[in-house]
Design a protein around this ligand. Sequence first.
Ligand code: SF4
Ligand code: SF4
Length: 202
Amino acid sequence: MRDYFRNIYLTVKTIFIGMRITLKYCFARTITLQYPDVAPALQPRFRGFHFFEAEKCIACDLCAKACPVDCIYIEKTGPRKIDKATKLAMGGAMTRYAIDYAKCMFCALCVDPCPTECIHMGNLHDMSGFTRKDMIVEFTELAAQGLQTPQPLWMTKDKLPDWAAAKKADWESFEFSTDGRDEEDRRKEMVLAMTERKPAKK
Ligand code: SF4
Ligand code: SF4
């Protein structure tokens, strides 16, 4: 009998706690962000579309194996390994590195196993398309254009709000890569990642 009344008490109490939170938000001031004119309010640990350093990828497939939904596609012409002198991947050509964002859960499980730390979660949140195929990002094709991450369509326009222009500049100057490599040198190496190469002679 005691448990019976205790359960009733706990039920009423938890409903009251839940409703108190709901009511608080019912009367809270509504905030509308005028996105994309105003920057979206993303949390510091937000996980967005990846940025990928093609020049360091050895196409080892560890990220693809760790992915719970099998949405990473990797193709190469031969084994690749890091050249100790340059810290760049050499060997076979990287012919494809793609992620299907129609399946990706942004769980970041692909990031930790990477032995060369070349795949990272980025801070881009916006991508739209008309077909499922549009949601597959070909990172090797981006690398050929000197990009590490896909950009939303509106970010490719000439006139951008200040916050978006700053973000675009960060991406274009490889702000998220922390190995201190020079911009021009990195662009060159990104393109060379798609060709077969031998390690530099000492
Ligand atoms: S974030 Fe998760 S789901 Fe997306 S590619 Fe990485 S491992 Fe796969
Ligand atoms: S991103 Fe990293 S884990 Fe994935 S294939 Fe390239 S080197 Fe291997």
